[in-house]
Design a protein around this ligand. Structure first.
Ligand code: 5AD
Ligand code: SF4
Length: 465
């Protein structure tokens, strides 16, 4: 008999961290740990941190202050800092916040059961900064918890690209690709547990080159293999580097209907001079050519990107080149950031752009991106598409889902459709979402007299969990 213990994990940053947090829950479950959604009264609190920009890191230290207050009410509480801040700062965290019991990096969390035992025995002081994802995935093989209808699956970790602004190659380590068989096994398990959609994750996911019984599999090979799994309806992958958009990957966008027509393909800047300083290893023209080839392969594909403004040396002209590129691509969605110098990265020591210049550029870029996002959403009105209804909405009877293009779709009067992939007609568009009505099977088949808003619709069940 194992006593139930309370676990609180707070996740910062990227989807890889969301996946890792769920896996942490999985390795701790056999010890009796069950997740709750606050630090209050917890036996173990884990902050799964992000080091990508300064703000994310500051947030960790301010949250640690709050967790400490909870520990004052419950002295047996263990506090752990995991993820990329853990990896980057190691023992320094315990020096700065001595009430922290455990520090570990993204490649060490499979050792959590043993770390917890040690922390209890030695009263804290546990630091684990191992760097071998191979051992982690081997150790994790049997502990994947269900993730619901939309699941993440890590296929690749780490990065060998060394963009001059980025900490990832230092915190996540060298590129590592999991063997294809292990990925397929995990995917089948996720589908058995109810997943209809799987998003393949990697810091540099399209650099994937995993073992396939002696030969090497590409990301396109992974996609083809998973597409054959009965019951899996949607496949996505993120995040990609333009340099690794290989021919087979571009081609499979045109041939595999389960691969969703949406791609997050960060370009960071539209200026060749800045791209060179960023060590991105490609030009704006190269990127635009990839976009054109993807559109030729899958005409309805939509794009998203990341942008950095105010990178050291960025002139007004360089910034305008970024705006020009945005106008050429027409994005469905995008993230943009002010450059944040990260300790230990090559660009951190260069002369910095003034904060007010960064602010002004960010606002101009974001205004353009917002216009494009709104235009893209408006172009969906009147269209029929499938939405995967994975979450409850704020209103009674409302459900939220995702369109093929990653737009949030909300539908009303849909209580009994949670977790299903349904046909919807888009009726309204906003900056960050679409409104839609469920289409009945009859209407889909073109039967006269059935109403889109009819509450007595019948919906095809794609998968019965
Ligand atoms: N400053 C600002 N943005 C950054 N990113 C990565 N490092 C930095 C940095 N030092 C952004 C990039 C990347 C995204 C995940 O975060 O745009 O694609
Ligand atoms: Fe960072 Fe560049 Fe690697 Fe992306 S490709 S993780 S931005 S170093």
């Amino acid at each position: 008999y194992i006593m139930t213990k309370k676990l609180y994990i707070k996740t910062y940053g990227c989807q890889m961290n969301v996946y890792d947090s769920r896996r942490m829950e999985g390795v701790l479950a056999p010890l009796g740990y069950r997740a709750q959604d606050s630090a209050e009264g917890a036996d173990l609190v884990i902050l799964n941190t992000c080091h990508i920009r300064e703000k994310a890191e500051e947030k960790v230290y301010s949250d640690l202050g709050r967790v400490r207050q909870e520990k004052e009410k419950k002295s047996s509480m263990l506090i752990a800092v995991g993820g990329c801040v853990g990896q980057a700062e190691g023992e320094e965290i315990i020096r700065r916040a001595p009430f922290v019991d455990m520090v570990f990096g993204p490649q060490s969390y499979h050792q959590l059961p043993e770390m917890v035992t040690r922390a209890i025995r030695d009263n804290g002081g546990v630091v684990e900064l191992d760097f071998a994802p191979e051992r982690k995935f081997d150790a994790l093989a049997e502990s994947a918890l269900p993730q619901g209808v939309s699941a993440f699956l890590s296929v690749q970790e780490g990065c060998d690209k060394f963009c001059s602004f980025c900490v990832v190659p230092y915190t996540r380590g060298a590129e590592y690709s999991r063997p294809l068989a292990a990925i397929e096994q995990e995917a089948r398990r996720l589908v058995d547990q109810g997943a209809l959609e799987i998003t393949l994750l990697g810091q540099n996911v399209n650099a994937y080159h995993g073992d396939n019984g002696g030969s090497t599999a590409s990301l396109a090979d992974v996609i083809a293999r998973l597409a054959a799994i009965h019951g899996l309806e949607r496949i996505r992958y993120t995040t990609s580097h333009p340099r690794d958009m290989s021919d087979d990957l571009i081609a499979i966008h045109g041939t595999e209907p389960k691969l969703m027509p949406f791609l997050h393909l960060p370009v960071q800047s539209g200026s060749d001079a800045i791209l060179k300083k960023m060590n991105r290893k490609h030009t704006a023209e190269f990127y635009l050519d990839i976009i054109a080839r993807l559109r030729a392969s899958r005409p309805d594909i939509a794009f998203s990107s990341d942008f950095i403004v105010g990178f050291p040396g960025e002139t007004e002209k360089d910034f305008e080149d970024t705006l020009t590129l945005v106008e050429q691509v027409k994005y469905a969605q995008a993230y943009s950031f002010k450059y944040s110098p990260r300790p230990g990265t090559p660009a951190a020591g260069d002369e910095q752009i003034a904060e007010d210049v960064k602010d002004g550029r960010l606002q101009r870029l974001q205004a353009l991106l917002r216009m494009q996002q709104t235009a893209f959403n408006e172009s969906s009105v009147g269209k029929t598409m499938q939405a995967l209804l994975d979450r409850d909405g704020k209103l009674e009877g409302q459900l939220l889902g995702k369109s093929p293009y990653m737009q949030s779709v909300h539908v009303r009067d849909a209580e009994n459709l949670r977790g299903q992939l349904v046909d919807v007609a888009v009726t309204g568009a906003y900056l960050n979402s679409l409104a839609a009505v469920i289409l009945s099977e009859g209407r889909k088949a073109g039967v006269e007299g059935s109403c889109a808003a009819d509450k007595n619709f019948s919906v095809r069940r794609v998968h019965s969990g």
